[in-house]
Design a protein around this ligand. Structure first.
Ligand code: 7TS
Length: 415
C-alpha cells in the first residue's frame, strides 16, 4: 500500500520544492504548464543551473592536466562527483564509477569492451522484450561481430516479464544478461535482484539499465549485486551529455579500453602504448566538465530531499494518475503491472497518439507520444505508438487533473 500524498507532504514540503524549478511556473500556449515528460528528460533546479553557471564564469579550465589553480579547481569539482555517485548508488569503491555521456554511451562501452572480450560464436546475450533501443542495438552490433546470439525474454499481457521463460533460457552459453530496471514505455519495475541472482548461477554478467530507476528509486548496487549499472544525468535533475557506468572493480580492471586518446593512457610510444587504470582508462579526451559537476549538484539535491521520500511521492502520484486514467471511457492502458513506477502509457482506438500529444500541448500539457525508442514492446502490444505521461517528484495532482481534462477535451474532436 502506497503512503498517501498528504502524509508524504507532512514530511517533505513538495510545494516549496517546486519553487526550485522556475521553468514549471510558466504558461505554455496560454495555459499553466503541466510537464509530464520526465521520462525523456527531467527539469533542472536552480541549484544545478547556478552551479554550472558558476563553473563557466569562474572555474572553466581543462581537467586532469593543468598545474594552474583554475585547472586544479575544475578537476577537484569534477572528480568530487565520483564520490557523490558512489554514495548515491552505494558502490563499494569510487573507482567503480566511470563517467560517460549517458546511458546509451555506457551500454555501448560495456557491449564493446566486455562483450568484445567475452563473447564468441554461439554465446548468448539475454535481453527482454521491453528494452529501450539503447539496450538492444549495441548488443546486436557486437553479436554480429562476435557470432553471439541474442535471446529475448517475453512480456505478458500485463507488462511483466515471463520469469519462467527467463529461467529456461539461462544456460552455460549465457554470457551476458542486460535488462531494463524500470520500463520507460510501460512503467513496469522488473525484479532485477532476482534476475541477477539467477544469471550469476550460470556465471553470466549482468547489466542493469537504470535510466528510469536511478532518478526514482533508492539504488544500492551492492544489494542488487549487478555487475554493471548505467544511467543518465539529464533524467535526474542534471544536464544533458553526461552519464554513469558503474562496474564492479574486478570487471573493470580486466576490461580493455573502448576509446583511445588523451587521459586514458599510461605511456605512449609508436611501438607500444600502455593504459591508465580504471576509471580513467575508459575516459578518453576532454569530458563534458560542467555537466559532470552539475550531476554532482543534482545528486546532492535529490539526496537532500531523500530518495525514499521521492519514491514514496512518485508511487502515490502514479497510483492517482492510473486511477484517473482508468475513469476515461475508451482509454486503454498499455502496461498494467502491479509493480509500476512513474510512467503510464495509453491508447485510444480512434485517436492517434501524435494527434493526442499535439492537442494536449495546446493546453499546456507536455507528454511524449510515439514508440518511446522501444519498438519491440509496441509490436508486442500491437500498437504503433502510445501517449505517455511520466512523472517526477515535483509533479502534482493538479498536473494530473489537467491531463485528464485535456484528454477529455481532445476526445471531443473525435466523437
Ligand atoms: N534506457 C532507458 C530505459 C531509457 O528510458 C532511455 C531514454 C535510455 C536508455 C537512453 O538514455 P540516453 O540518456 O542515453 O538517451 N529514454 C527516453 C524516453 O523514454 N524518452 O526519451 C528518452
Amino acid at each position: 500500500m502506497n503512503k498517501s500524498l498528504a502524509s508524504i507532504s507532512e514530511q517533505v514540503d513538495f510545494d516549496k520544492i517546486r519553487d526550485d524549478f522556475p521553468i514549471l511556473k510558466q504558461e505554455v500556449n496560454g495555459h499553466r504548464l503541466a510537464y509530464l515528460d520526465n521520462g525523456a528528460s527531467s527539469q533542472m533546479p536552480v541549484q544545478v543551473a547556478d552551479r554550472i553557471d558558476h563553473y563557466h564564469r569562474y572555474e572553466h579550465s581543462n581537467v586532469h592536466r593543468g598545474i594552474h589553480t583554475l585547472s586544479q579547481r575544475a578537476t577537484d569539482a569534477y572528480e568530487e562527483t565520483r564520490g557523490k555517485i558512489q554514495t548515491f548508488i552505494n558502490a563499494r569503491l569510487k573507482d567503480e564509477i566511470i563517467y560517460t555521456t549517458g546511458t546509451t554511451d555506457s551500454i555501448n562501452l560495456v557491449a564493446n569492451s566486455y562483450g568484445g572480450q567475452h563473447l564468441g560464436k554461439g554465446d548468448e546475450i539475454i535481453l527482454t522484450e521491453m528494452e529501450h533501443h539503447a539496450n538492444i542495438v549495441p548488443w546486436q552490433m557486437i553479436a554480429e561481430k562476435t557470432g553471439a546470439v541474442i535471446k529475448v525474454v517475453p512480456v505478458d499481457d500485463s507488462g511483466d516479464l515471463d520469469m519462467e521463460a527467463y529461467k529456461s533460457m539461462l544456460s552455460g552459453k549465457t554470457k551476458i544478461v542486460s535488462v531494463i530496471h524500470i520500463s520507460n514505455a510501460l512503467g513496469t519495475i522488473n525484479p532485477v535482484k532476482e534476475i541477477t541472482e539467477l544469471a550469476h548461477e550460470v556465471d553470466a554478467a549482468v547489466l542493469i539499465d537504470g535510466a528510469q530507476s536511478a532518478p526514482h528509486e533508492v539504488i544500492d548496487v551492492q544489494e542488487l549485486d549487478c555487475d554493471f549499472y548505467v544511467f543518465s544525468a539529464h533524467k535526474m535533475c542534471g544536464p544533458t551529455g553526461f552519464g554513469i557506468l558503474y562496474g564492479k572493480k574486478e570487471y573493470l580492471d580486466n576490461m580493455p579500453p573502448y576509446r583511445g586518446g588523451g587521459d586514458m593512457i599510461d605511456k605512449v610510444s609508436f611501438e607500444e602504448t600502455t593504459y591508465n587504470v580504471a576509471p580513467f582508462k575508459f575516459e578518453a579526451g576532454t569530458p563534458p566538465i560542467a555537466a559532470g559537476i552539475g550531476l554532482g549538484t543534482a545528486v546532492n539535491y535529490l539526496s537532500s530531499i531523500g530518495m525514499d521520500a521521492i519514491a514514496d511521492r512518485e508511487h502515490a502520484l502514479v497510483e492517482y494518475l492510473v486511477e484517473r486514467l482508468k475513469t476515461v471511457p475508451g482509454l486503454r492502458l498499455i502496461g498494467e503491472s502491479e509493480h509500476r513506477a512513474s510512467v503510464a502509457s495509453f491508447v485510444f482506438d480512434h485517436i492517434h497518439a501524435s494527434d493526442m500529444g499535439t492537442l494536449l500541448d495546446k493546453r499546456g500539457i507536455a507528454v511524449r507520444t510515439g514508440h518511446h525508442c522501444a519498438q519491440p514492446i509496441m509490436r508486442r502490444f500491437n500498437v504503433p505508438a502510445t501517449t505517455r505521461a511520466s512523472l517526477s517528484f515535483y509533479n502534482t495532482e493538479e498536473d494530473i487533473d489537467q491531463l485528464i481534462d485535456g484528454i477529455k477535451y481532445v476526445k471531443t474532436f473525435f466523437e
